[in-house]
Design a protein around this ligand. Structure first.
Ligand code: ADP
Length: 268
């Protein structure tokens, strides 16, 4: 999945990622991808069981995307085989009064995953350099310092035992149009339609510039960004699954040694 990983150094351009790309699994198509996804789910479930048993590492998956980008669908499809006890999904919406009375990382740190668990952030502290920047919710002097805060915060989490992987689901403007239209046309999707999504759509270029800067400023060896083509949902699901499998496999996980000498125990 290296092809989707953003190397540190600040030279990444979003224009280099085609949202319709399917090159990671060129031999598959939608109809044949499900077998592969099922096998990845099983693998992910085994790795998560090991993470839980090992109990030394936490894994944090940050998911960011434009509206309709597929964060919810990705979580549903990728994690549906994993033991729910070992997964914490956290969403970050408009900050409450209490949250606003603290620094912007306060609510985020509170939700950081425990050892042995996979924490999924459905939106994250990156909103504080995305929606906040695009809509001028705080002055530039303030949000500009946040890239450094975020790098330091993520470094601290990493130093203390959390493995971080950050994923931007990259959809095209055309694909977003189709998905928004489907929310208007399909009664079972009406509830998902939020007129404010049209405001962010109108500011697409500003958002892309904000994403590009955030990714360039904060993709590090310890907490890398992956920009995943996301117009094709089946390909997106496979890529995200494989990134997580690779991440968990890179940890030195093992089942703990039994605390007692089991050879002398006889069950009668
Ligand atoms: P989603 O759109 O992910 O399904 P919601 O409907 O709860 O979730 O929307 C969350 C909204 O909260 C988004 O519009 C997002 O931009 C906004 N939001 C998240 N974090 C912040 C923040 N720090 N400041 C302002 N708005 C935020």
């Amino acid at each position: 999945m290296e092809r989707y990983r953003v190397e540190p150094g600040g030279r990444f351009s979003l224009a280099t990622v085609d949202p319709r790309d399917r090159s990671a699994f060129p031999d598959l198509k939608k109809s044949t991808s499900i077998t592969e996804l099922r096998s990845m789910r099983r693998h992910l479930a085994e790795l998560q069981r090991l993470l839980w048993a090992d109990a030394h590492h936490a894994v944090l998956v940050v998911l960011q995307a434009m509206d309709t980008g597929g964060k919810d669908g990705t979580i549903r499809k990728v994690f549906s085989g994993v033991n729910p006890q070992g997964i914490d999904v956290r969403g970050f919406g408009v900050p409450s009064d209490l949250e606003r009375d603290h620094d912007y990382l306060w609510r985020v740190h509170l939700q950081a995953p425990r050892r042995g668990r996979i924490g999924i952030f459905n939106r994250s502290h990156y909103e504080d350099v995305l929606v906040v920047r695009v809509n001028d919710l705080v002055p530039r002097e303030r949000w500009q310092k946040r890239y450094r805060h975020i790098r330091d915060f993520e470094q601290m989490l990493t130093d203390e035992g959390t493995t971080i992987v950050k994923i931007m689901l990259h959809i095209s403007l055309d694909e977003q149009k189709e998905r928004l239209q489907a929310r208007l046309d399909d009664p079972s999707k009406n509830y998902k339609f939020n007129p404010s999504d049209l405001d962010s759509r109108a500011k697409w270029d500003d958002y892309m510039a904000a994403y590009e800067d955030a990714i360039n400023e904060t993709s590090t060896d310890q907490a890398p960004w992956y920009v995943v083509p996301a117009d094709r949902k089946w390909h997106r699901n496979l890529v995200v699954s494989q990134i997580l499998i690779d991440t968990l496999e890179s940890l030195d996980l093992s089942y703990p040694e039994p605390e007692h000498d089991l050879s002398s125990i006889e069950i009668v």
